[in-house]
Write a protein that binds this ligand. Structure first.
Ligand code: GLU
Length: 607
């Protein structure tokens, strides 16, 4: 059954949630419950799942800062949301450090092994790119995981507790178990053929008959508890250069294929040395000024910060707040269309490709793109612009081919602490259940992040900045974002959703900054995602809205309803999270009220 909650219902849930939070007491911790919005003081967390948010609150209460808490939340998500998170994946963390008034970022993106070439996903027998699904459930799709390196780097550089103590809440949840939700089962259902294809994944996540677990049952993961315990004891070298890394490489080279699977499973090319060589990289954030606010995001290998930044620069030349909403949304869709053309043409791992970062974020370049927006929708695919000075306005846009295939399920978590530190962290194993391969005896799934590379250029002569290479990281769309006002954090936001992450974050920014929606409503509002494609994907509530009808009749925008054939999770675009930093040291934490079963927002001391 497909569940569809109209906006009125979503708003009612938000309002109820924000007035029914329990009273805080100085000594006794408040009784926390799953809710999409929480307001109060002492620190705040929002994530896709209740146990994970609670882990973050526990760490904040125990004296940890936002960075410690973010690691606790992420590690717990590895237990309770194993199909979208965990030590087998990677991600990007954007951090505001109150002590030094700086925004820093950590690139924990997965890396292609040393034996990786541009032919990674070319079938040697046919010379053609592998079908996506065949590439996905194979060892070839697995990149060296960057998740644990990110956690360790974050805690070592910016935390106030030890890496080992930040893993303790996750160890507890893995050991004692958690209750299987309808959303969990839907995810299992969606990834079923992949989970069924590997003996280790069947054992951990399915019934003996190879079927999804029952809603309401308890899942314990003693293997993951033990993995986390070893990491807590020995530190990240237990993985990078240690026995866990050897196990990961071995699993990739010889996936534990279930003999009855109809799937073709190819071995991968990762060695223990590849794992040992991995480093999470400190990178400068992207920055644009939008309507007087400083918007910080993630630089390459993510395309998130540059693409949202370019779109904001384009939009800063329009008067969105005072325009009628249809026109403002038309401008949003067109700015996104143009920014995506540039994203696809220019962005890859900047350690391997000359990505014109300055040009893409330059107001002069944005002007050359803005003037292409007229009275009717452009025809996609539109051509990329030229992000190099001098900037020549309004070159006509010629069509180009589009490439790429990204997942739709990741997770985004946010934490803010009482000292003023803020963390915005998107992390993932790429598709639901990643490659489908669980590391035997270790309790977690391996990513399929290498399929975020383009398998082949659009034409043999097109330069494609996102082809696989040894040591390279695939282009991502993850867009963890922190917005400062007068030099201090104003709010933070981020989302899962593959390439729709960029449009989701952009739409939430506009909803909140330009249209004045409180953050929970900005997150809950129906979404439309234009990514330089012929039609714009729209959630059912957007698709059927009067606004969509006006956008079509007045501006020639065309929409395709984002539908889930069986599963509601396919009809949602991005279960986002955010925190609004209110005056007087208070916070409004906001998670999804409905998408993906609703997320969990908590504050240390609820109002
Ligand atoms: N792999 C995607 C990216 O890095 C994210 C996957 C998702 O959101 O499902 O952009």
């Amino acid at each position: 059954m497909r569940s569809r909650a109209p906006l009125a219902v979503i708003t009612a849930i938000i309002l109820c949630a924000s007035v029914s939070t329990p009273q805080a007491s100085a000594h006794r911790p408040p009784r926390y419950a799953k809710q999409p919005v929480a307001v109060g003081s002492g620190g705040a967390v929002a994530s896709a799942e209740f146990n994970a948010s609670k882990a973050g609150i526990e760490v904040l209460r125990a004296g940890g800062n936002a960075i410690d808490a973010a690691v606790a939340v992420a590690a717990t998500l590895g237990v309770t949301e194993p199909f979208v998170a965990g030590p087998g994946g990677g991600g990007f963390m954007v951090i505001y450090l109150a002590g030094s008034h700086r925004v820093v970022t950590i690139d924990g993106r997965e890396m292609c092994p040393a034996a990786c070439t541009s032919q990674l996903f070319i079938d040697p027998n046919t010379g053609m790119p592998l079908p996506f699904e065949e590439a996905r459930h194979s060892g070839l799709s697995v990149g060296v995981p960057g998740m644990v390196a990110t956690w360790a780097r974050a805690v070592q550089a910016y935390g106030v507790r030890s890496f080992g103590s930040d893993l303790q809440p996750a160890i507890g949840v893995a050991k004692h178990g958690f209750t299987i939700t309808p959303n969990f089962v839907q995810q299992e259902q969606a990834a079923l053929p992949d989970l069924q294809a590997f003996t280790s994944s069947r054992e951990l996540f399915l019934t003996p008959a190879g079927q999804p677990l029952a809603v309401g049952s308890t899942l314990r993961n003693p293997d993951l508890a033990s993995t986390y315990r070893q990491l807590a004891k020995h530190g990240p070298t237990y993985l990078y250069g240690g026995p866990l890394g050897t196990d990961i490489a071995h699993t990739v080279e010889q996936p534990p294929v279930w003999p009855g699977t109809p799937l073709t499973v190819r071995p991968g090319i990762m060695t223990a040395r590849d794992v040992a060589n991995y480093v999470a990289k400190d990178r400068a954030p992207t920055h644009v000024n939008y309507r007087g606010l400083d918007v910080y995001g993630m630089a390459p290998p993510s395309s998130g910060g540059l693409t949202t930044g370019e779109a904001l620069n384009i939009l800063s030349g329009f008067r969105l707040p005072t325009e009628n909403r249809t026109k403002a949304l038309f401008q949003y869709l067109e700015a996104s269309r143009l920014a995506f053309a540039d994203r696809n043409a220019y962005i890859g791992d900047a350690d391997f490709e000359p990505v014109p970062q300055q040009g893409l974020l330059s107001p002069g370049f944005a002007k050359t793109r803005r003037c292409l927006i007229g009275d009717t929708a452009l025809t996609s695919p539109v051509a990329p612009g030229t992000p190099y000075p001098p900037y020549h306005a309004c070159r006509p846009a010629a069509p180009v081919a589009n490439a790429g295939h990204e997942g739709t399920e990741t997770n985004h978590l946010v934490v803010a602490d009482k000292w003023g530190n803020v963390v915005s962290y998107t992390n993932t194993i790429e598709q639901l259940a990643g490659s489908g391969i669980t590391v035997p005896g270790r309790g977690f799934l391996l990513n399929n992040e290498m399929t975020d590379f383009d398998f082949a250029p659009a034409t043999p002569t097109t330069h494609d900045p996102n082809l696989p290479a040894a040591g390279k990281r695939p282009r991502s769309s993850m867009s963890p974002t922190i917005v400062l006002k007068h030099g201090v954090p104003d709010f933070t936001v981020g989302s899962p959703g593959g390439s729709t992450i960029i449009t989701t974050v952009l739409q939430i920014l506009l909803n909140h900054i330009d249209f004045g929606m409180p953050l929970p409503q900005a997150i809950a509002a129906p979404r439309a995602s234009q990514r330089n494609t012929a039609t714009t994907a729209a959630e059912p509530d957007f698709f059927t809205s009067a606004l969509a009808a006006q956008l079509t009749s007045r501006y020639g925008e065309h929409f395709t309803e984002q539908t889930g054939s069986v599963l509601p999770l396919n009809s949602w675009i991005g279960n986002a999270t955010g925190i609004d930093l209110l005056p007087g040291g208070r916070f409004q934490a906001a998670a999804e009220p409905v998408r993906s079963g609703g997320g969990s927002a908590l504050v240390v001391n609820p109002d």
